[in-house]
Design a protein around this ligand. Structure first.
Ligand code: MN
Length: 133
């Protein structure tokens, strides 16, 4: 497994609390970010093992955020998993086209969320692993 924290980017406080708590109970270190400024700073400085990114953010389109992470050599190699309430056909394709390694639909399934995140962390190469939405 890759070392480093999970960077959880989510603007909904309840979703942030729930996802963060599940991951912490699974033994993971979680960094939480809401704004674009925090997001960029943490993604660069904290060297996260994985970014969980809400696609619907108030200050920056989530897919654009993925493209920016991918375009920056300092963050281009970090796996990014999209979190979205838009559980519709085509969203996973859009997320992957923007550079996401996978997709977890919201509301998250509390029984499997931690396992899905761990699977992304443990998948060799990361990007070959696809979560079941
Ligand atoms: Mn949101």
């Amino acid at each position: 497994m890759t070392d480093g924290p999970i960077l959880l980017i989510e603007d909904n406080p309840l979703n942030m609390e729930l996802a963060g708590e599940i991951l912490r109970q699974a033994g993971l270190t979680v960094l939480e970010a809401v704004t674009a400024r925090e997001r960029l700073r943490l993604a660069v400085e904290a060297r996260p093992a994985l970014v969980l990114l809400d696609i619907q953010l108030p200050d920056l389109d989530g897919l654009e955020a993925v493209r920016r992470l991918r375009a920056d050599p300092r963050t281009a190699g970090i796996p990014v998993v999209a979190l979205t309430a838009q559980a519709m056909k085509g969203d996973e394709g859009a997320a992957r086209a923007a550079g996401c390694d996978g997709y977890i639909a919201k509301p998250i399934d509390t029984r499997r969320f931690a396992a899905d995140v761990l699977a992304y962390l443990q998948a060799p190469g990361g990007r070959d692993h696809v979560a079941r939405p």
